[in-house]
Design a protein around this ligand. Structure first.
Ligand code: BGC
Length: 251
């Protein structure tokens, strides 16, 4: 079965039909640059462009880098504040001529993809995926069940919003060496571990392609720590999974 997945990010909006039997893109993804300012109207136009590129006619799953409940975007730490309170699922469905649209948090989408097809495949217990990028996103699973919108990137760390200390953006902005950044990440992981005692941490985002640069530097964490497997496409795959119609209903 194929469902369309779109990943909305601060720099790009990318999407493709996803083959849910394989947990992979069915076709090469199409990407457009995120307009600045990244307002709902502007971004919606880009989502339409990505979906139309494939002449898609069916359910569409969309990730958003903020809290999403019932299709409504509720926070926008690294996006235009005008997203807060918008019924984004309804907006996108209208722009897409009535196609059914499901919207969810970007890290939650990456997490459900990793749980089904990637680094947490079949893992029970408490599993936390952290996406390290412009911000820090989180997906918390308990015996395979997602607890949505956990927002662990905004825990307080030494009096700061954690994502401003331990994200990849913080590394780049502060011109931090891998050692210094790994030290901050270790403090952050220790804090999350103190609160949730996970069995497994999965590290996602662009840095998951270079785990050898920082994972060996992290010490004193009891949980296993592994890099994400699906990397760039986890958001698209997870978005499509979330939009799969319930069994027994045809799309
Ligand atoms: C947002 C999260 C998002 C994460 C990664 C954070 O700033 O609050 O909702 O998952 O960035 O994009």
């Amino acid at each position: 079965m194929q469902i369309f997945g779109v990943d909305i990010g601060g720099s790009g909006i990318k999407g493709a039909p996803v083959d849910l039997d394989r947990g992979d893109l069915a076709r090469e993804r199409h990407k457009v640059l995120t307009p600045q300012p990244a307002t709902p109207e502007g971004v919606a136009g880009c989502v339409v462009e990505v979906v139309r590129h494939f002449d898609w006619d069916g359910p569409v799953g969309v990730t958003f880098p903020g809290v999403v409940t019932g299709g409504v975007t509720r926070s926008a730490a690294n996006m235009d504040k005008s997203w807060i309170g918008v019924d984004t699922a309804a907006l996108l469905s209208r722009k897409l001529g009535g196609l059914p649209v499901t919207v969810l948090n970007d890290a939650d989408a990456a997490g459900i993809a990793e749980r089904s097809y990637g680094a947490a495949e079949g893992r029970d217990g408490t599993v936390i995926l952290l996406t390290l990028g412009t911000g820090i996103g989180s997906a918390l699973f308990v015996d395979g069940k997602l607890v949505p919108n956990t927002e662990l990137g905004h825990l307080e760390l030494k009096g700061h919003d954690a994502e401003t200390r331990a994200s990849v953006k913080a590394k780049e902005d502060g011109d931090l060496t891998w050692e210094r950044w790994a030290h901050r990440l270790q403090k952050y992981l220790a804090h999350v571990e103190m609160l949730f005692s996970p069995d497994l941490f999965i590290i996602g985002g662009g840095v998951s392609r270079k785990p050898e640069k920082f994972l060996p530097l992290i010490q004193g964490i009891r949980a296993d720590i592994v890099p994400a497997k699906l990397q760039n496409n986890a958001g698209i795959v997870g978005a499509a999974m979330a939009a799969r119609p319930p069994k027994g209903r045809r799309s």
